[in-house]
Design a protein around this ligand. Structure first.
Ligand SMILES: [Fe+2]
Ligand SMILES: [Fe+2]
Length: 274
């Protein structure tokens, strides 16, 4: 399978980049499954139902959230109806929605999408390692799931590296989200799991992690919040990672960065023929 994962969609600029570029990418590279992190798609805070539907219409087979999951109140209700919207699995028990979903891909493949939130420099959540392990035990790779994608939403690359090693050989991809900065460490671990510490954001990088720079600079200079953060609306870079998986094992055989548009270094995947 060919799978594309796009990092945090940031505001209108990010949404437009996804709508404009994702359909062409799917056609060009023949992706079988697409995951998009939508936690910042609505004005940088959460994901309204309309914006969720727009990401799905652009080609996202699954949409993941993060620590901003509940910033838009309507998410609390529509998430219960959706079968392709995944929030962190280790939120407090009783939280609406689900943290792991088995979702059908374009070619009929079954893909388990799991999201967990980290514990380092993040708001308190249940243990992400135990929660993810239980989810993948219920839908093992190569037996129930043709591919397993773990979106680990956290701040520290050390925590993501540990999750990657912990799941090595048991999932197709562990990819970090949340920092909005793409890392250049994509690689295949010893037992066949693809790892990238952060997919980066789909947004305007001429900013401070997607927000206009003036207010963040002001707060660093003075410690005073003078106004709200405003999503930057310049040309966005679509940022993420593409993998290819083995048809039998579901493990990763190729992992490459994807960055298109905006002012970031550009990267397009090259796949060996299946
Ligand atoms: Fe986040
Ligand atoms: Fe984010």
């Amino acid at each position: 399978m060919r799978i594309l994962f796009l990092g945090d969609v940031m505001g209108r600029a990010g949404r437009h980049a996804v709508s404009e570029r994702l359909p062409g990418l799917i056609a060009r590279f023949g992706f079988d499954f697409i995951v998009v992190n939508g936690e910042n798609a609505s004005h940088g805070r959460g994901l309204t139902e309309d914006h969720y539907k727009a990401l799905r219409a652009a080609g996202a087979d699954a949409v993941t959230l993060g620590d901003h999951a509940w910033d838009q109140r309507d998410t609390l209700s529509y998430i219960e109806r959706e079968t392709s919207l995944v929030r962190p699995i280790n939120f407090p028990s009783g939280a609406p929605g689900r943290g792991a979903m088995l979702i059908a891909g374009r070619g009929g493949h079954q893909v388990l999408v799991v999201q967990a939130q980290g514990q380092v420099f993040m708001n308190p959540v249940e243990n992400p390692f135990h929660a993810v392990e239980k989810a993948i035990a219920d839908s093992p790779l190569g037996a129930v799931a043709d591919a397993i994608i773990v979106d680990f939403h956290t701040e520290a690359t050390s925590e993501i590296g540990a999750m990657g090693q912990f799941l090595d050989g048991r999932v197709s991809l562990v990819v970090g989200t949340h920092t909005h900065i793409p890392t250049a460490d994509q690689r295949i671990l010893g037992s066949g799991t693809g790892l990238m510490s952060d997919a980066g954001m789909c947004g305007d990088y001429d900013s401070v992690i997607g927000m206009e720079a003036d207010e963040p600079i002001e707060r660093f200079l003075t410690g005073i919040a003078r106004s709200r953060f405003i999503p930057a609306e310049g040309a966005a870079t679509l940022s993420g990672v593409a993998i290819q998986t083995d048809a039998k094992t579901g493990l990763c055989t190729s992992i490459q960065p994807v960055r298109i548009g905006g002012n970031m270094p550009q990267a397009l995947p090259e796949f060996a023929s299946d």
